[in-house]
Every structure is written in structure tokens, then in C-alpha cells.
Write a protein that binds this ligand. Structure first.
Ligand code: ZN
Length: 112
């Protein structure tokens, strides 16, 4: 009888199938969108973090504009292209940020 070394192809396939099943079930549990049925209902941490980061980039640009000009910009378009190479938008909803009368930048969907 031939000496068996390592795993057979069938054994490897079974292991891969089990690991895939575990991985799929775990990602479904972690994905809030899969539970609510609407992937946009609950942004993931990454989406929320990106939105907050974008807001901070625009907010910092308004502060820098204020240092240079002695006043805040009247609107976000004044920041382009000298203070921002583009005006970022919310990564989840692709909507522009709001720059209010108190010179605060925020996302209409996620807030600040
Ligand atoms: Zn947002």
C-alpha cells in the first residue's frame, strides 16, 4: 500500500468549502446592510470615517483660507483650486457637503 503524504485533493476541497462557509456567514453577520436589507441604511465604519475625513479636509482648508485672507471663505468654491484640488463629496451618497453661516462643514446625511 502506498504511503500517504499530506492531504488528498478531496480533503483540501472539503476544508476550503468549510472555511468559505464560515467566512461568508461571518461577513453576513458583520455586514449591517445585509441584515437591514439596505446597504445604504447603515454606513460601514470605513464609509463613515471617509466622510468625516473629507469633512475635516474641507474644514481645515477653510481655516487655512482664513489665516491667509483674514476672513472665512463665502462658499466652498472659493477654496478651489488653491486650497483644495477638488471639493470632496460624501463617499456614501455622493452628495456635496454643506458649508453653513457659522463656517462649519458637514455632511447633510451623516452630520458632523
Ligand atoms: Zn456623508
Amino acid at each position: 500500500m502506498r504511503q500517504k503524504n499530506g492531504f488528498s485533493l478531496l480533503e483540501l476541497l472539503i476544508v476550503v468549502a468549510i472555511l468559505s462557509a464560515i467566512l461568508i456567514s461571518v461577513t453576513n453577520i458583520l455586514d449591517v446592510g445585509a441584515i437591514t436589507g439596505n446597504p445604504l441604511a447603515e454606513p460601514t465604519d470605513w464609509e463613515l470615517a471617509t466622510c468625516r475625513f473629507n469633512q475635516n479636509v474641507v474644514q481645515n482648508a477653510t481655516e487655512y483660507f482664513g489665516i491667509i485672507h483674514g476672513r472665512y471663505p463665502l462658499n466652498m468654491s472659493e477654496l478651489y483650486p488653491w486650497y483644495l484640488d477638488r471639493i470632496p463629496r460624501c463617499p456614501v451618497w455622493d452628495i456635496p457637503y454643506i458649508y453653513n453661516e457659522f463656517h462649519l462643514v458637514y455632511c447633510p446625511h451623516h452630520g458632523r
